[in-house]
Design a protein around this ligand. Structure first.
Ligand SMILES: Nc1nc2c(c(=O)[nH]1)N[C@H]1C(S)=C(S)[C@@H](COP(=O)(O)O)O[C@H]1N2
Ligand SMILES: [Mo]
Length: 548
């Protein structure tokens, strides 16, 4: 006897005929049951991810991450169309659309999983991969974010086979021993009588999964707090009273391999101690200025916006940048002048340290003298390159002090400014072995040429910086040859990096190119190499090029 599904009825023994002709149904799960199993498994997986995401960054919820990636990948006309048709509900419409797509996928997966769990398992692996890819490619998420899609996947891959087995045990065929044509014993699959007990067991399990998913989803939603991307997207465009001067032609030598003068937000280096990027919606944000001041002030985001906004092209550098490193970027920051604000609060004599605190508890101590210099141009930034600050760069408000390393001045997610003494408090990195006063050291680095080099005259190019001091010269040499003056890019301001390039003669084989900068105080970078701790690396950058 053959028990393969799909054979003509007449090969089956008589007693089954009545059931068998009715339909093939009893030999596999009813379509509705199979679809229900897939839908419940997906629901359990997505809500589990949503729950975990509440604690590691709500954007890590696989469902939301896929939604955000769809928006980023969609052509702009489609995004505009979505906004036209759905208005402010466009995000909701997109998520509903993804939900409908998932239901259709579940329908198809259910239809092919009526006998075996394998197709459904394949679907869960595929969707798990999509969720993981969406989360790891989201720039605004921290390192822990990846746990959300992983938990999501694990729940899906556990719940689906379990429910599928329960469903088969309830509605699927049962296997009994029978006698084959040749008289030998064979296993026969036949429809089973669905008992109330087994039906109740399956029903109980489905209700359990649905309830668990509901609890996980709602708890996640409650703990997740506000949708920070929505808060950021709602911010009206800034109209600075003073805009940054236009970037002059010849401000960079990007064609020779240097960065562009302005670093696009997505390429701007990112450094912070927070594992989960803080999410501070503007309507919950306030800044307290207090301590050694005549008039303590508390400001809202709107208070800041109503002040005259300035736009400044500033270079920010990290103390942990090794010689030749790339932990340095430049942006057009939009915000309010910090010195003006502190003058309104009235800094009392004896205040030495401007102690800034972040929403996540990070702190930095900045010399009051530096911030109060009339031409320092320190600011509280709300915007970066025309947009509200990206969340990972300190949304809604951060501090920027030209000429000082970020760890003593550039507090992101800023919530508190206290005027105090050096004795009273220490910034986050100071007890950890880093300096109290940390002006950015004059540095230069080689960026290009990139790719193959032919012996002869070669244009090498790079970047030099001495923020708030200015770069006056860059020299290069090949091996132990003479120093040669490089051409400098047009200076935007002393607070902005400069690019350099020079044509040098390279011989076939290895050529070690070294550069060094001289700043506006007349000081040339020292050759002696020091580590990044406690107050920034020194030394000349060298790159060995092999010419053909
Ligand atoms: N809240 C907070 N702000 C912070 C830090 C941090 O760890 N937490 N790191 C600082 C350091 S060390 C640097 S170099 C700059 C980096 O700013 P960016 O990530 O926008 O480039 O932010 C500063 N502000
Ligand atoms: Mo840094």
């Amino acid at each position: 006897m053959d028990t393969s599904p799909g054979l003509p009825d007449d090969v089956s023994p008589g007693p089954d005929d009545a059931t068998r002709t009715e339909s093939e149904g009893p030999m596999r799960l009813p379509l509705g049951t199979a679809v229900l199993v897939v839908v419940l498994a997906l629901l359990a997986a997505l809500t589990a991810g949503h729950f975990v995401a509440a604690f590691v960054g709500p954007g890590a919820s696989p469902f939301l991450a896929v939604g955000n990636s769809v928006i980023d990948l969609a052509p702009s006309w489609l995004v505009e169309f979505g906004k036209d048709v759905f208005g402010t509900k466009n995000k909701l419409a997109l998520l509903l659309g993804i939900g409908v797509a998932l239901v259709l996928i579940a329908l198809a997966a259910g239809a092919v999983s009526r006998r075996r769990a394998a197709p459904g398992i394949g679907l869960i692996i595929a969707l798990g991969a999509v969720g993981l890819a969406a989360v790891v490619t989201r720039p605004e998420l921290g390192q822990l974010a990846v746990t959300a899609p992983i938990v999501s996947f694990l729940v899906g891959i556990a719940v689906f086979p379990w429910l599928h087995r329960l469903a088969l045990e309830t509605y699927g065929p049962r296997t009994v021993s029978g006698t084959g044509d040749a008289g030998g014993a064979v296993e026969v699959r036949e429809p089973r009588a669905v008992t109330d007990a087994s039906r109740r067991r399956f029903l109980g399990s489905t209700i359990g999964v649905a309830a668990g998913a509901g609890v996980a989803g709602l708890t996640g939603q409650t703990f997740a707090g506000p949708d920070i991307q929505a808060s950021r997207a709602d911010i009206a465009p800034f109209a600075p009273a003073t805009t940054a001067p236009p970037i002059p032609a010849g401000a960079d030598f990007a064609a020779n391999g240097t960065p562009t003068l302005i670093t696009p937000n997505r390429d701007f280096y990112t450094i912070h101690t927070a594992l989960v990027v803080p999410r501070v919606p503007v309507d919950e944000w306030t800044l307290r200025i207090h301590g050694m001041v005549e008039r303590p002030i508390t400001l809202t985001y709107d208070d800041l916006r109503q002040r005259p906004l300035v736009e400044r092209t500033l270079t920010l550098a990290c103390v942990s940048n090794p010689v030749g490193g790339t932990l340095i970027s430049t942006a057009n920051f939009i915000g309010v002048d910090l010195r003006d604000l502190l003058r309104e609060a009235g800094v009392k004599p004896g205040a030495e340290q401007l102690y800034s605190t972040s929403h996540d508890g990070f702190t930095a101590g900045t010399p009051v003298d530096a911030v109060m210099e009339p031409d320092r141009r320190a600011m509280l930034a709300l915007g970066m390159n025309g947009e509200p600050l990206p969340v990972s760069h300190g949304f809604p408000v951060r501090m920027i002090v030209p000429g000082l390393y970020g760890f003593v001045s550039a507090t992101k997610w800023l919530v508190d400014l206290e005027l105090t003494t050096w004795k009273a408090k220490q910034g986050y990195w100071q007890p950890r072995g880093w300096a109290r006063e940390a002006p950015v050291k004059t540095q230069s680095r080689i960026d290009g040429p990139l790719g193959d080099i032919t012996a002869g005259d070669v244009v090498v190019a790079g970047t030099a910086w001495a923020p708030h001091v200015g770069i006056d010269a860059v020299e290069v040499r090949v091996d132990d040859g003479p120093w040669q003056r490089a051409e400098l890019s047009t200076e935007v301001s002393v607070d902005t990096w400069r690019m350099w390039r020079a044509t040098v003669r390279m011989s076939p084989g290895r050529n070690t190119v070294t550069c060094r900068a001289t700043d506006r105080t007349g000081a040339t970078q020292p050759e002696v190499e020091t580590p990044v701790a406690p107050d920034g690396a020194t030394g000349w950058h060298s790159v060995t090029f092999t010419a053909q």
